[in-house]
Design a protein around this ligand. Sequence first.
Ligand code: SF4
Length: 239
Amino acid sequence: MSGPIYEPRGAAKEYGDYALNIYTGCPHRCWYCFAPGVLHRVKEEFHSKVEPRNILVPLEKQLATGDYAGKTVHLCFTCDPYPTGCDTTPTREVIKRLKAAGAHVQILTKGDGSRDFDLLDGEDWYGITYTGAPTVLAEPFAVKERDRVGKLMWAHGLGIKTWISFEPVLDADDVIMALSRLGNFADKVKIGKLNYHPSDIDWADFGRRAEKVCRFLGLDYTIKESLRREMEAGEHGTR
Ligand code: SF4
């Protein structure tokens, strides 16, 4: 069924069976942002011209003709559902329509999604990205990591399912500490690496330490395939 909800392919599929992108760009200007490359867009334009995509009517049609009841839709892959400094009413309207159709949402943001907590229930997911790097340098216009964590804890307290995406990882030690500190506020965690950019992090060692913490805390965790490959290569001494 054509429409704004689509089935991600490749590595993106690790985040969910369905996804939807609400905005044309993202103002957060993370230095590692992969989205302009994926979308074949000029980086500066992607970060400076952020508008809602014209998706509400097509979404209503898609929901009316497809069966999305009980399905979870990831928001978003190629943009942030809560772009800082922008009107995020379109996100609210998307969530309302998905919920009215019986679907659930899986939010992933470096912004502030608390305005929509009233729309979410125990079948929905509110997630943040945690990279371990100073936001002012790595994600200059995103909400600071400590404030994202605060919103995650708030959602957790409201009974909304919470998750943390530790990807990309910019500071391995900081991420390991965050995993220990925050793991119990997240109903699931996903751990990856830094792809497409050079890094001096020993990924095999990082992955093993992260997995040890997850097991110790009894977390529901996923090691992303790219990191798992590094861990396995490390074990076999082929790195
Ligand atoms: S929040 Fe995501 S889409 Fe926005 S600039 Fe950062 S990496 Fe790119």
